[in-house]
Design a protein around this ligand. Sequence first.
Ligand SMILES: [Zn+2]
Length: 694
Amino acid sequence: MSLDLIAHDVVLADPQRVVCSAWEKAWTLPPRQTVSEWADANRIIAKGAGAEPGEWRTARNPILREIMDCLSDHSPVRIVDFMKSAQIGATEIGINWTGYVVDRGSDSMIVAQPVKDLARSWVLSKFDPAVQEMPELRAKFAADNTLEKHFPGGTLWAIWANSSNQLRQRTARYIFMDEVDEYPKDLGGQGPADQQLEARASSYGDRGKVYRACTPTIAGASAIEAGYQAGDMCVYVVQCPECGGEQTLDVERLQPDGTFACEVSGCVIHEHHKDTMLAEQGFGGTAYWKPTNPAADPYHRSFHAWAAYAPLGLGPSWKDLADAKAEADRDPNKMAGFYNLKLGLPFEGERQQQDSEEVAKLAEPGVHRGIVPPGGLVLTAGVDFQHDRAEIQVVATGRGQRRWVVDYAVIDLDPTILETYDALDEYLKGTWRTAKGIEMGISAAALDGGNWTETVAQFVKKVVGNSGSNRMIETPLGFIKQAVYLVRGRAEKKSDRAVYRPAKTEVNNREKTVARSIGVWGVGTSVLKHMVYGWMTAALGAKDEAEREGADENLSVRMLRFPGGRGDEVHDPLNPDPGALPARYFKGLTVEYFDQDAGAWIKPKGARNEELDTVVYAIWASLAPAVKADVIRDSQWAALEEQYHPVSHGLFDQPSDSRETLVPGSTPVAPVKPQAPAAPPRSAGIAARDGWGF
Ligand SMILES: [Zn+2]
């Protein structure tokens, strides 16, 4: 529409004509256009927003064309993953796609960022400035709302992926997930946030589209790496300007002087050839994206590009990259950054990890699950919630901070429904028999409120009032105090202590929650995991040394000990040992590893780690104020010994069977009756009681 016509429309304002033209517009289908065609026709890069302000030219950065065009309305591709180095144009693809969707009125769209601040800043510093340069696009937005923009044909939401509410409330046909490696690996117990979002688009069947872009982080734990590997894994193939040989730009062939050695004939490839080399087939060049994963779903495309593919003048030079590579070779601290930011590859640093099969050998035959071993003087429990169950670990602590895993249970419940927590409550009120046949109750329990915070908080409020307060539970020896804590793992990579008191934050009434009102205690998960892993390392070392020297190992120096039951060499699913830990226990306990270079604990994607989480919470509960096992005085230990492991008590006294019926919540596992039927492996806890014929 020319300026001339607009002027006439205003002067002649004919209501009927205006209405008719609106109808005409509504009924005209937008032309078949790709995202790159739209960008070439419409996109203006604002000053200060990119290296080259002015009209967008896809030919300037040709590797982006095919990636963008997979996002076109008429493309059958449903998922696009772009694993890339920093500043190679992935965000521009997102802006172009968003502009395209809004301009054509295709449908609603979600742009997801890891956290709220980034969602706001994406809109305010990237998208809005781009829209300002395109008045026709700007005119499509009804109101100037930052995070929710309505346009003819849909709504554009900017959301943040660390909020269950945000993920639940929004659904859209098009979803752009920026920096997916920063999204929560498990949100609301429903799995990784990026997969939950992906499911949103798939509810639109083959019309939904997802674009994920990210600089990858840690190998094995990277969402974009997983997405890339699930797709067709395209690499960008270029021709050698000298011999015409086809190859990718491989960092291994990057020379210190900033040239590449040709893979085919050894020619020297100079950077000034780059723009010619990068031009694509069909657009005046010879380069192309080559799929390397023929097994992929044809509607899942994935692309990898690193900084050497940035257009001349728009990224680091090849010489810069050669220098960065040399620097990373010299200084291992820089290697992870070089991999992630320059190579666009996930980095696998040196791992501090445990071998689950080796650790499983630390289990002690003759020590039975469900029995508190001599020396175990205080019981604490850690509880982790999953979407259909709670997992509980009971740990005994004794003198010198020595600990024993006493029991492990899985209880079916719905964490969102308070009424289903009864079996968990019964379990926590249960007792465990010492080797002397005396029943011990749990002194403190830590319940993870990381997910389903409000329902878990309601449970804690119901049983003890404030988080960390006590209730009285009945044991055959009389009533004992039990503290129940609502806890949450601290997010920081390096916690400097185990126990953090609830933060006294000012909250306005609108945001007041049960969890905040009763107090959420913090768990320094990082430091506690280091403790647990350190103990395992020390125990394995001592065990090896004893074996080498043919000496008897002094087990009493172990800081964390595990029941081994009958000592079966191989787990027999038909005749499971009720005195041993569940078969998968040691796998879950050791599944995480500490990445030295990232300085963080890593849980491999999709892995289960409830055994590690619950032991950490149980140890935490023994250090929290109600027990403070680290400062219990010698006289107090002595009193506990007299109570639970009295020397006067007959060494071979068998516990009376009546005890079990007196305490319905007590542990179901009774290793003194190994002939009893096997407990179902998934319900080692409460449900197993039926199997024992109570
Ligand atoms: Zn060559």
